[in-house]
Design a binder for this molecule. Structure first.
Ligand SMILES: *[C@@H]1O[C@H](CO)[C@@H](O)[C@H](O)[C@H]1NC(C)=O
Ligand SMILES: *[C@@H]1O[C@H](CO)[C@@H](O)[C@H](O)[C@H]1NC(C)=O
Ligand SMILES: *[C@@H]1O[C@H](CO)[C@@H](O)[C@H](O)[C@H]1NC(C)=O
Ligand SMILES: *[C@@H]1O[C@H](CO)[C@@H](O)[C@H](O)[C@H]1NC(C)=O
Ligand SMILES: *[C@@H]1O[C@H](CO)[C@@H](O)[C@H](O)[C@H]1NC(C)=O
Ligand SMILES: *[C@@H]1O[C@H](CO)[C@@H](O)[C@H](O)[C@H]1NC(C)=O
Ligand SMILES: *[C@@H]1O[C@H](CO)[C@@H](O)[C@H](O)[C@H]1NC(C)=O
Ligand SMILES: *[C@@H]1O[C@H](CO)[C@@H](O)[C@H](O)[C@H]1NC(C)=O
Ligand SMILES: *[C@@H]1O[C@H](CO)[C@@H](O)[C@H](O)[C@H]1NC(C)=O
Ligand SMILES: *[C@@H]1O[C@H](CO)[C@@H](O)[C@H](O)[C@H]1NC(C)=O
Ligand SMILES: *[C@@H]1O[C@H](CO)[C@@H](O)[C@H](O)[C@H]1NC(C)=O
Length: 501
């Protein structure tokens, strides 16, 4: 039953097609099409075949003459081949043979589909890279227009594809062109844009694909920095400019003693450029500069960062005194060095490095470096160095530490006070004695000596505090000729005065 039904349906469809509907053939502009004349195989070879379009004869072919090679050609079985199809070839065709060669195919509607060879794409405002990829600055309002000349009609589709999206349809329409806008273009809209045109008659499609990149320059400024390495005479200069797409171009220039700046690297496409500088190529006051360019940036607004090389200069107090048993902190500041210096503390003439221990506390990572000596003893007295070295050169600050015992210290305070007192008293007495020298009678011996020398006045002061001055005031050697009886425990001050007689 089933099989019978299907066979019946088949015959019904064929019959109705034959009688009521035209057969449809679709050809494409520029191509060729073959319109059959007979339904089945040739029973009697035709002598003459006539083809009509809308009942008007377009070709009459005498089969004893050779097959024509023009726009229309009729083949041996009567079928019509149309070469180089044009839109005006559209129409209803019918053939007839003499003599009748078999069942006729019937009238044929030839439809002409056209275009599609040329899908045109216009993305504005975009610039083209050498490989044909387009790029546009981020934030731009972009116009996408696609057009295709398709006959008789077409549909156009814009799709977008990137790593996440697969052929997302953005716009669709019938018509000769399809246009859409993206305002404020963002990096997420970077990808491949495809315009697909489909002929509504032939269903044939044509498409064009365009890669579009969204470029933007970094928002920050290029950054110059130093990276110290273990060799003191070398340093890494680091220039970086992150956050742009594509990578910027960086180039490093180094000052030259006689002739401005010279480049020491090629122009490199990188976000981070690292250069190793050697002491032999550096000098005080030299400039090092990194110039950064980005394709999105106008050439007039060149961006750069730079340093002026400066030797280290450790500063601090060169003389420090400490009490035995106390803690003393030596200070050194290193603020000017470029590239940054490595600053360390050293001790003694041999510049022995000081390492942290219970005795030494080191602190500071620039600009202030301190060395704390815990529980100072007499052995700690001496020379210390604040040694500062950068890739340019090394400089040191000398610090001399004096250590006093606690006893020394209290004695010294009293001693200084008393010695000042005595000096003042001595000067007063001396001046008094000198101005009244005629009235004072100390004895013949002394004054006769004064008469002889005339130039020296001696102020003699008795003292019980001998030990106090021991360290600071040199004692006069005892006179040997016995002319002046000077006591051993006497402070002597000598003033030079002009002879007044
Ligand atoms: C076909 O062409 C031949 C010679 O080329 C001619 O003899 C003959 O009469 C033509 N037939 C018709 C029907 O015109
Ligand atoms: C074209 O060139 C750009 C930049 O050089 C690159 O990012 C892109 O991947 C290239 N596109 C193709 C399809 O090669
Ligand atoms: C981009 O388009 C928006 C509206 O979509 C408009 O406000 C803005 O001014 C446009 N920007 C430019 C640079 O044309
Ligand atoms: C799109 O392109 C077509 C063909 O070039 C043009 O006729 C049409 O005006 C364009 N549309 C827009 C909005 O630019
Ligand atoms: C485009 O044309 C097709 C039929 O030709 C129709 O179905 C469709 O709705 C049309 N689309 C638009 C956007 O006009
Ligand atoms: C665009 O397509 C090409 C080829 O399929 C692919 O190599 C490229 O990565 C795509 N570009 C983007 C931005 O996704
Ligand atoms: C085109 O596609 C439509 C729907 O998919 C179909 O009905 C029609 O027969 C197709 N035309 C041709 C010439 O393939
Ligand atoms: C240079 O700087 C970059 C980032 O700022 C960093 O990743 C790199 O390690 C630096 N190079 C050196 C030698 O420090
Ligand atoms: C530094 O430069 C000097 C002279 O140009 C060279 O002899 C030395 O090897 C360089 N040092 C390094 C580590 O490159
Ligand atoms: C000296 O320093 C040590 C270690 O920091 C500390 O324990 C001690 O109390 C300090 N002594 C004085 C007198 O400040
Ligand atoms: C300080 O040093 C002296 C001598 O080395 C020692 O006798 C004393 O105990 C030390 N004091 C402290 C607080 O460490």
């Amino acid at each position: 039953m089933k099989i019978f039904g299907i066979v019946f349906l088949y015959f019904y469809l064929c019959q109705s097609a034959d009688e009521q509907t035209q057969r449809v053939r679709t050809g494409q502009v520029g191509r060729s099409v073959l319109l059959p004349c007979l339904e089945g195989p040739v029973l009697t070879p035709p002598l003459v075949t006539i083809w009509r379009k809308y009942e008007m004869i377009v070709v009459t072919h005498n089969h004893s003459q050779p097959v024509s090679t023009g726009h229309f050609s009729v083949l041996n079985d009567g079928s019509l081949k149309i070469n180089g199809l044009m839109t005006i070839d559209q129409g209803v065709y019918r053939c007839e043979t003499q003599p009748d060669s078999g069942p006729a195919y019937g009238s044929i509607l030839l439809q002409i589909a056209g275009g599609l060879d040329a899908v045109e794409m216009d993305i504005k405002p975009a610039k083209s890279l050498p490989n044909g990829t387009l790029f546009i600055h981020k934030g731009t309002n972009v116009s996408f227009n696609c057009s295709s000349k398709s006959y008789p009609s077409q549909s156009l589709t814009w799709t977008f594809e990137d790593l996440i999206n697969k052929d997302d349809r953005i716009a669709f329409g019938n018509g000769s062109s399809l246009h859409f806008m993206i305002s404020n273009l963002q990096p997420s809209q970077q990808g491949n844009y495809t315009c697909r045109a489909q002929n509504s008659l032939s269903n044939s499609t044509a498409m064009k694909r365009q890669e579009l990149l969204v470029y933007y320059s970094p928002e920050t400024h290029p950054d110059c920095s130093w990276a110290l390495i273990s060799q003191p005479n070398l340093v890494h200069f680091n220039c970086s400019w992150y956050g742009g797409y594509p990578a910027p171009k960086l180039q490093v220039f180094l000052g030259h003693r006689t002739d401005g700046m010279r480049t020491i690297t090629s122009l490199e496409d990188t976000e981070n450029l690292e250069v190793t500088l050697n002491r032999t190529m550096l000098y005080e006051g030299q400039k090092i500069k990194c110039v950064a360019q980005h394709i999105v940036q106008r050439s007039s607004e060149e961006k750069s960062c730079s340093f002026t090389l400066t030797a280290p200069y450790p500063e601090g107090d060169p003389l420090v005194a400490a009490l035995e048993g106390s803690n003393i902190t030596l200070k050194c500041s290193e603020a000017s060095s470029l590239p940054p210096a490595v600053t360390v503390w050293q001790r003694g003439e041999i510049h022995e490095s000081i390492v942290p221990s219970s005795k030494y506390i080191l602190a500071g990572r620039g600009p202030l470096y301190t060395l704390t000596i815990v529980n100072v003893t007499k052995e700690d007295e001496g020379l210390y160095f604040c040694w500062s070295e950068n890739a340019l050169t090394a400089k040191e600050l000398e610090v001399f530490l004096t250590v006093r015992s606690s006893a020394d210290n209290s004695g010294a305070v009293v001693g200084v006070f008393i010695s000042v007192l005595i000096v003042v008293a001595g000067i007063t007495l001396g001046l008094l004695a000198y101005s009244h020298r005629d009235r004072i009678c100390l004895g013949d011996i002394l004054f006769s000596r004064l008469e002889e020398d005339r130039t020296d006045v001696m102020s003699l002061v008795e003292s019980d505090e001998e030990e106090v001055f021991d360290e600071t005031i040199p004692r006069l050697p005892p006179l040997s000729n016995g002319q002046v009886p000077i006591p051993a425990t006497t402070l002597v001050e000598i003033h030079q005065i002009q002879s007044s007689k």
